[in-house]
Design a protein around this ligand. Structure first.
Ligand code: NAD
Ligand code: UDP
Length: 341
């Protein structure tokens, strides 16, 4: 299948490319590299020994999109491109609405011009907001508590309207829980700009000595050990969910949302312990005040994805820590300073 992958040079996109190329799909990556490096694509080529098109462009650039759609004529789009930092979204909400919502609208309009009818969208568990019950199932009310989450929620609503506007359209909304880990080779992984917001990359940078200690945000939550509990999902499992979603969209029209998680939660201190075991290092930490906007616990009910997509997470928290450690220790500067060999 000809698949356009927006944001394909990013963390989740690059891992998904490995799956897509492994299945011999014909790929075009569109990325503006605002939060990634073309080096990730070079490594995907090396790992797969496969080639694909890549175009440096912005999803808000209607002319560039039109050219790509007319030249490549994609049969499906996997739409990763977007800004993703919750904290930043509170400071520059308009930038988030502009990038994530207008970008998605431009993409849908370009799809319409060439009759491309299938899209798999990177949504997020943040669309649910404060849990009314756990685990979250897909019927849980959506009440996102920050601008980033609202961009995901609004794009989901736009995709619902688009999918119901023609009986030929198909939209699959993947609500990721907490992606973590790296490819087992250690040659592609998460490469955040500046100080990492997320737990696993922060711990990885403490492990390699780039940061002194982890601040554990809150030690008095109503969880097993008082620290925040999340459903961490290995990025390679997440990648395979996209294969399942593309296949599903080829066979089904309409719109469907799926939780992409494991159904199991781990606390911050459990992640620290698992990382210490994987790296054979001690991770110094200090219990700090709660981070504003954080919830105590978030866990997916992943049954629907298993039943309808035939997808289930296979990898464990230990696999996530081992691969994150391998990636970080082999690439101290991420993609910024490729190892010589
Ligand atoms: P990422 O930042 O690594 O990847 C996003 C990619 O999109 C980057 O390569 C970036 O350069 C590109 N991009 C951003 N804006 C663009 C634009 N206007 N035009 C073209 N390219 C653009 O992020 P990721 O972790 O791989 O996340 C991928 C998607 O999944 C995002 O939409 C994100 O919101 C969503 N998501 C991520 C997480 C997570 O924790 N990583 C959780 C839930 C949902
Ligand atoms: N966390 C932490 N210290 C950090 C980063 C995160 O204690 O430096 C905690 C955070 O409070 C939450 C969990 O780790 O309980 C996962 O946070 P992350 O930002 O990775 O994902 P979120 O669930 O907030 O999207």
């Amino acid at each position: 299948m000809r698949i356009l992958v927006t944001g394909g040079a990013g963390y989740i996109g690059s891992h998904t490319l490995l799956e897509l190329l492994g299945e011999q799909h014909d790929i075009c990556v569109l990325d503006n590299y605002s939060n990634s490096s073309p080096e990730a694509l070079s490594r995907v080529r090396l790992l797969t020994n496969a080639d694909f098109l890549d175009v440096k462009a912005d999803i808000r650039d209607d002319n560039a999109l039109m050219n790509i759609f007319q030249d490549f004529q994609p049969e499906a789009v996997i739409h990763f491109a977007g800004l993703k930092a919750v904290g930043e979204s509170g400071k520059v909400p308009l930038t988030y609405y502009e990038n994530n919502i207008r970008g998605s609208l431009s993409l849908l309009k370009a799809m319409e011009t060439v009759g491309c009818r299938r899209i798999v969208f990177s949504s997020s568990a943040t669309v649910y907001g404060e849990p009314q019950y756990l685990p979250y199932d897909e019927a849980h009310p959506c009440a996102p508590t920050n601008p980033y989450g609202r961009t995901k929620y609004f794009v989901e609503e736009i995709l619902k309207d688009w999918a119901t506007s023609s009986f030929k359209n198909s939209a699959v909304l993947l609500r990721y829980f907490n992606p973590a880990g790296a490819h087992s080779s250690g040659s592609i992984g998460e490469d955040p700009n500046g100080i990492p917001n997320n737990l696993m990359p922060f711990i990885s940078q403490v492990a390699v000595g780039k940061r002194d200690q982890l601040n554990v945000f809150g030690g008095d939550y109503d969880t097993r050990d008082g620290t925040g509990l999340r459903d961490y999902i290995h990025v390679s499992d997440l990648a395979s969910a996209h294969m399942a979603a593309v296949n599903y969209s080829a066979a089904h029209t309409g719109v469907e949302a799926f939780n992409i998680g494991t159904g199991k939660g781990a606390t911050v201190l459990e992640v620290v312990k698992a990382f210490e075991e994987a790296s054979a290092l001690r991770i110094p930490y200090v219990i700090s005040p709660r981070r504003s906007g954080d919830i105590a616990a978030s866990v997916a009910d992943p049954k629907k994805a298993q039943e309808l997509l035939g997808w289930k997470a296979k990898l464990t928290l230990n696999n996530m820590c081992q691969s994150a450690w391998k990636w970080q220790s082999q690439n101290l500067e991420g993609y910024g300073n490729p190892p010589e060999n």
